[in-house]
Write a protein that binds this ligand. Sequence first.
Ligand SMILES: [Fe+2]
Length: 333
Amino acid sequence: MRYLILAFACSTHFLFAAEVNVYSHRHYEADQMLFDQFTAKTGIKVNIVKAGADALIKRLKIEGDKSPADILITADAGLLHIAKEEGVLQAVKSNILEQSIPSHLRDPESYWFGLTTRARVVVFAKDRVSAADVPSYESLTDKKWKGKILVRSSTNVYNQSLLASVIAHNGKAEAEIWAKGIVANMAHAPKGNDRDQVKDVVAGIGDIAIINTYYLGLLLNSPNPEEQKVGQAVGICFPKLAGAGTHINVSGAGITKSSKNIDNAIKLLEFLVSDESQRIFAEANYEYPVKPGVRWSDLLNAWGDFTPDTINLSKLGELNRDAVRVFQTADWR
Ligand SMILES: [Fe+2]
């Protein structure tokens, strides 16, 4: 009898314990802060597994229906689209998500939703370059930048998504010419992460670097004074692509096909697009809110307003394979 009661207690705990299981590619402190606030507010526990997006998508496929995951979070819309194509996500209906997130920042069929926006921009050595020198991504292939551009490897999904959007706007042939032009202007073969490119600009190895906006925020607010100096020595500009706007991407989330806590999972996503959470993403991780009307942090305001590209970000996933092929042709390593 005692065993029976215990078994019953365990199974009720399993059935009724409020929790949500998140597989996340994001690695920022702001996220844990938000998950803790969500738990404090709702009593729903958030369990996190962190790994690279490719590994998480693979894991979801292997685990199938038995996967404990409810939510997949990645730092790139292209990867969310790929997760959708791989069949590991499900469409969900939420008026709050639909009303809070502009339509180009979420999947048209509601398989994933952007939670934070970031722009992939150019930072430059303030003593040698000015923002007016980089009006467009296309202008980066100008011969005047020969030996001056720093950018990370083409294996990085942020670059793949940038090139996917060049393909979407200008076509594959133009995109190939563009990628070759960037390779011809590189200060050295791609190595390191976005922050390393900025460090190389400040070290005089090149003049401009292509990076995601929040990495400049992370440098400026680094506990390491040397990194702060690096951040302070560069300016930021928001080039336009095909005359449209600056290339943006989202960190976002989809609910897994295997989810056993769908209501809790939707609640968590809705919490993450609340005004308060969106403010925290902007304040603590230097990302732009996806939700219109949420006040930016002082740092984002200091960088200035810009016109974002409004292409639906699912395009980045649709064109990811093309982008990888163009990079190979251009020998962008
Ligand atoms: Fe990142």
